[in-house]
Design a protein around this ligand. Structure first.
Ligand code: NAD
Ligand code: USQ
Length: 382
């Protein structure tokens, strides 16, 4: 297949591009390198030293003989996007290219507006580009489990059967997102559902949980292929942050009680989920939703798991309960369905102590790169 990976310079996109390329697909990356610019804005960095995309792709070619084309540009610029769609003629368009940090979206009005414009307009352009230029192309869009929020009932995969006043229907599952970023994903989902119904295009919305780890078989092939890894209070995510905090001897930063429960998955499963979606496309006019996570944990459970492994490794670490900088439930019911990807063949890599240990050993090598003042959260929701 000809596959475009938009956001292919990022944490999920880069290993996905390599994985799909190895599987024999013709991969092209679109990226405007905004993530690297946000690091500069925040005076932060990736824990791991990452090369330029051009250098990474050249190393991939040297090692495998496979070419990945690079298109540098912004999905918000329709002239650029439409030219790429004409040139590549993709069978699938994998869309990772958004501003994905909840705290970044909550800095102030400018960052909220930027996040929603970047994400919503980018996705709208992709929808119109597919409609006008490549109407058969399958949109594989990264959504988020956080679109659903924390309802007091089990979360379905996208849709729920509801009985009301003697009638029944299957309707979109209610959305109660917890940040301006998570809201942008809800707006995207609505626009994609409308475009499928109205224009007859095909799309899969992957409501992904929190991704942990950094390595895949492909990024391990050479140090030049290493993935980015975020640890700061803005872009770092729960489990990866706790492991990196352990590496530098920083207390684990549990916000509030730590009963916040979420879906999680290993980056090795992210790349496979994208392949599964691509190999099993939605029908024309169909809007599909898969919940893309493999296990559920509370934040405090994860901190304790990391603490146990740290003890075994002779790197004891404390757990701190910080005042929660977010407006969110610190304890709640959470159970979500996640059977569709497994029915299509996903074999989850589950979170064991050895998995935590391996990530810890990997990150310890780069601990000197941590900018200590970036570890604590500084952005509040209120
Ligand atoms: P990332 O920030 O590492 O990568 C996103 C990439 O998209 C970056 O390289 C960035 O430069 C690019 N980009 C952003 N806006 C763009 C635009 N307008 N035009 C072109 N390129 C643009 O993020 P990630 O962690 O790889 O996440 C990828 C996607 O997966 C996001 O949509 C995110 O919402 C979703 N997701 C991520 C996680 C996670 O834990 N990382 C979990 C659930 C969902
Ligand atoms: N949290 C802590 N301590 C920390 C970091 C986070 O207790 O040091 C808590 C947060 O308060 C929150 C939970 O852990 O309750 C998750 O926070 P996170 O920063 O790990 O994840 P989140 O902000 O939800 O966003 C991340 C990605 C986003 C993706 C989302 C999937 O950045 O792109 O959409 O995970 S999900 O959470 O399922 O919506």
């Amino acid at each position: 297949m000809k596959i475009i990976v938009a956001g292919g310079d990022g944490f999920c996109g880069w290993p996905t591009a390599l994985y799909l390329s190895k599987k024999g697909h013709e991969v092209s990356i679109i990226d405007n390198f905004s993530r690297r610019k946000w690091d500069k804005e925040l005076h932060s960095n990736s824990l791991t030293p990452i090369l330029t995309l051009k250098e990474r792709v050249a190393k991939w070619k040297e090692l495998t003989g496979k070419t990945i084309d690079i298109y540098e540009g912004d999905l918000n610029h329709y002239d650029f996007l439409s030219q790429v769609l004409r040139q590549v003629g993709p069978d699938a368009f994998v869309h990772f290219a958004e501003q994905r940090s909840a705290p970044y979206s909550m800095i102030d009005r400018e960052h909220a507006v930027f996040t929603q414009v970047n994400n919503v307009v980018g996705t709208l352009n992709v929808l119109y580009g597919i409609k006008e230029i490549v109407p058969e192309c399958h949109l594989i869009k990264l959504g988020t489990m956080g679109e659903y929020g924390n309802p007091n009932i089990p979360i379905e995969e996208g849709f729920i059967r509801i009985e009301h006043e003697g009638r029944e229907d299957v309707l979109p599952f209610p959305k109660q997102p917890g940040s301006m970023y998570h809201l942008s994903k809800v707006h995207d989902s609505h626009n994609i559902m409308f475009a499928c119904k109205t224009f007859g295009i095909r799309a899969t919305d992957l409501n992904q949980g929190i991704v942990y780890g950094l390595y895949t078989d492909e990024t391990l092939m050479d140090p030049s292929l290493i993935n980015r890894l975020d640890y700061d209070g803005v872009f770092g995510t729960a489990l990866n942050r706790f492991i990196i905090q352990t590496a530098i001897g920083h207390p684990l930063t549990v916000y509030g009680k730590g009963g916040q429960t979420r879906g999680f998955l290993n980056i090795m499963d992210t790349v496979r989920c994208i392949e599964i979606a691509a190999e099993n496309p939605a029908d024309l006019g169909e809007f599909r939703v898969f919940n893309q996570f493999t296990e559920e944990f509370s934040v405090l459970d994860l901190a304790r798991k990391v603490q146990n492994v740290a003890d075994e490794e002779g790197m004891p670490v404390k757990i701190d309960h910080l005042k929660d900088p977010r407006v969110e439930l610190e304890e709640h019911f959470f159970h979500a369905k996640n059977t569709k990807l497994q029915q299509l063949g996903l074999k989850p890599h589950l979170l064991t102590d050895d998995v935590i240990r391996n990530i810890l050993h990997a990150v310890v090598q780069y601990k000197e790169r941590v900018i200590a003042e970036n570890v604590m959260p500084t952005i509040t929701w209120r």
